[in-house]
Design a protein around this ligand. Structure first.
Ligand code: ZN
Length: 262
């Protein structure tokens, strides 16, 4: 096995474990249970999970998505988050092996933290229509320090991009009287600008708006949502940011966007 296959494989397994952690944090942030303490337990019968029930992906498949004790179905979402986090970590780690311009380990480490943080934001906003500051603020600090170290020459430009994006979202927030964008989205867009820089931020926002509109229209067509009802925008921002950010390791995004536009 070559080194790349090994590193990407390890990143997948690591990502799946982080995915299982992301699931727990998103849940416990809301219930107020301590995040680090207390073993994981079944949401139905409170049975404390054995070590072999805690192995991500494998345990779900072996137990066929049921609690060992009460046999209640475990939401497939937990499994899905573990798979997606594994894939994102693997895709990010692959950036170490890009031929012309491989990413540094520091850069990969920053992206691992960002992927985990955005994963929590995705799940929490989806459930509660709120981007938790307790996740957003520390993630912003880590991102800003990471970008300042990795791209010292671009740092101020990126901060400028962040504030421009935040201003843009704030205007939408005011014009739509808070029904379009929450203040959480405004703060979140500042982080995205600092993380991605000018070209990628615009691309990520574009993906977020197009996918958000598409999903919104589908939900309205299937009459699951009224035109006036809210769909959280945070998950789409997370999707656009991770998609464009990770694709940018492998492709020239500005060329990709031009190809899409014409
Ligand atoms: Zn149970």
């Amino acid at each position: 096995m070559d080194i790349m296959t090994f590193v990407v494989g390890v990143a997948f397994v690591f990502g799946a474990h982080i995915g299982s952690f992301v699931n727990v944090v998103a849940l416990r942030l809301h219930t107020g249970e301590p995040i680090a303490r207390g073993r994981s337990h079944c949401a139905d019968c409170r049975h404390v999970l054995e070590w072999f029930e805690l192995v991500p992906l494998v345990s779900y498949l072996v137990l066929r998505g049921r609690c060992l004790t009460c046999k209640k179905t475990i939401a497939v979402r937990y499994f899905g988050v573990e798979v997606v986090m594994g894939i994102l970590f693997a895709a990010a780690a692959g950036g170490l092996f890009v031929l012309d311009d491989p990413l540094s380990w520091l850069s990969i480490a920053l992206w691992f933290v960002v992927i985990a943080g955005l994963g929590i934001i995705f799940l929490y906003d989806l459930d509660h229509y709120l981007i938790p500051n307790v996740v957003l603020y520390p993630l912003f600090v880590v991102t800003a320090i990471g970008i300042a170290v990795l791209y010292p020459d671009e740092f101020l430009i990126r901060v400028g991009v962040g504030f421009s994006a935040a201003l843009f979202f704030y205007i939408i927030h005011v014009v739509t009287k808070g029904r379009g964008m929450g203040l959480g989205d405004v703060k979140f867009s500042l982080l995205i600008g600092v993380l991605l820089g000018p070209v990628l931020t615009i691309s990520a926002m574009f993906v977020a708006f197009v996918s958000g509109a598409a999903v919104g229209l589908v939900l309205i067509a299937r009459q699951q949502k009224q035109l006036s009802s809210q769909i959280p925008f945070g998950p789409f921002l997370v999707g656009g940011t991770l998609l464009i950010g990770i694709l940018s390791f492998y492709f020239d995004i500005s060329q990709l966007m031009q190809w899409y536009m014409y």
